[in-house]
Design a protein around this ligand. Structure first.
Ligand code: ATP
Length: 235
C-alpha cells in the first residue's frame, strides 16, 4: 500500500511547453496548425522538416517573438501567452535565440562588443558586463580585435559567433537555435555546437534546435522530432 502521508513527488516542469499552436501571417491561412511540443528541463530537442513547413514560425512563437493565433506557450511552467502586448521582459529573457541569417538579426550600427552586451545593458546587472562579454567572446572564439568591428567588417561565421554570444549573455534557461549553422562551414559549425554544449553542461539549459540536417541534429540532441509534430505533447 502506498503511504498516503508520503510527500507527492515533484512533477518535473518542462522548460518549454507549446500546446495546440496555430500561427500565421497577416490574413493568410495559418502556416502552423495545432502543433504541440514539449522540451523537458535540460533536454535538447531537434526539430526537422522541409523548407517552408513552418519550423521557424514555431520557433519564433516559442521565443515569444511571434504571437500565435491560438494555443499556449509555457516557459518553465509560467504562461507566456495571453498578454495584451508582449510577454513581460522577465519571461522573454529566459529564452535565447540564434537565427540562420546573422546579417538580418544583427543591428549593423553596433560593434560586435555592443551586439553581445546590449541585452545585459537593459538589466540591472551591468557590473557583470565586461567579464560576461569577455568570457563569451573567448568561448565563441572571437578575438579582442574583432569586438571593435561592425557586422559589415566581419565574416558570416564571425558574426554568427557574436549572435550566439548575445543569445547566451543573459544566461537563458532555454536556447533556440533556428538553423544556426546552415550558412557555416564544418569547422565553424563544430565550434558553435561545442559552445552550446558547454553552455548546457554548465547551466543545465534546455535546447530547441531547428534544422534540415538530420545527422547533425541526431548527434546534437536527445530527441529529434519531424515536423509536423504529433498533435499531443511528447511525454
Ligand atoms: N514574415 C512572413 N510573412 C508572411 N509569410 C511568411 C513570413 N515568414 C514566413 N512566411 C511563410 O510561412 C511559411 C512557413 O515559413 P517558415 O519560415 O516558418 O518555414 P521553415 O520551415 O522554417 O522554412 P525554412 O526551412 O526554409 O527556413 C512559408 O510559406 C513562408 O513563406
Amino acid at each position: 500500500m502506498p503511504d498516503p502521508t508520503a510527500p507527492t513527488p515533484a512533477v518535473p516542469v518542462p522548460a518549454l511547453d507549446l500546446t495546440a499552436i496555430t500561427a500565421g501571417y497577416e490574413r493568410r491561412p495559418p502556416v502552423v496548425r495545432d502543433i504541440s511540443l514539449r522540451v523537458a528541463e535540460g533536454e535538447a530537442v531537434g526539430l526537422l522538416g522541409p523548407s517552408g513547413c513552418g519550423k521557424s514560425t514555431l520557433a519564433r512563437v516559442a521565443a515569444l517573438l511571434h504571437r500565435p493565433r491560438s494555443g499556449t506557450v509555457h516557459l518553465a511552467g509560467q504562461p507566456a501567452t495571453g498578454f495584451r502586448h508582449r510577454a513581460p521582459r522577465a519571461l522573454r529573457t529566459r529564452v535565447g535565440v540564434v537565427f540562420q541569417q546573422p546579417r538580418q538579426a544583427a543591428d549593423p550600427r553596433l560593434t560586435l562588443h555592443d551586439l553581445i552586451a546590449e541585452p545585459l545593458r537593459a538589466t540591472a546587472d551591468t557590473a557583470a558586463l565586461p567579464d560576461r562579454v569577455a568570457a563569451l567572446a573567448d568561448a565563441t572564439g572571437l578575438g579582442a580585435e574583432l569586438l571593435h568591428r561592425h557586422p559589415h567588417q566581419v565574416s558570416d561565421g564571425q558574426l554568427q559567433r557574436a549572435c550566439l554570444a548575445r543569445a547566451l549573455v543573459l544566461r537563458p534557461a532555454l536556447l533556440i537555435c533556428d538553423e544556426m549553422t546552415a550558412m557555416l562551414d564544418a569547422s565553424t559549425t563544430a565550434a558553435l555546437v561545442a559552445v552550446v554544449e558547454d553552455y548546457r553542461r554548465e547551466t543545465g539549459a534546455a535546447l530547441l534546435a531547428v534544422g534540415h540536417d538530420r545527422v547533425l541534429l541526431r548527434r546534437w540532441c536527445d530527441r529529434v522530432e519531424d515536423f509536423p509534430l504529433p498533435l499531443t505533447p511528447a511525454a
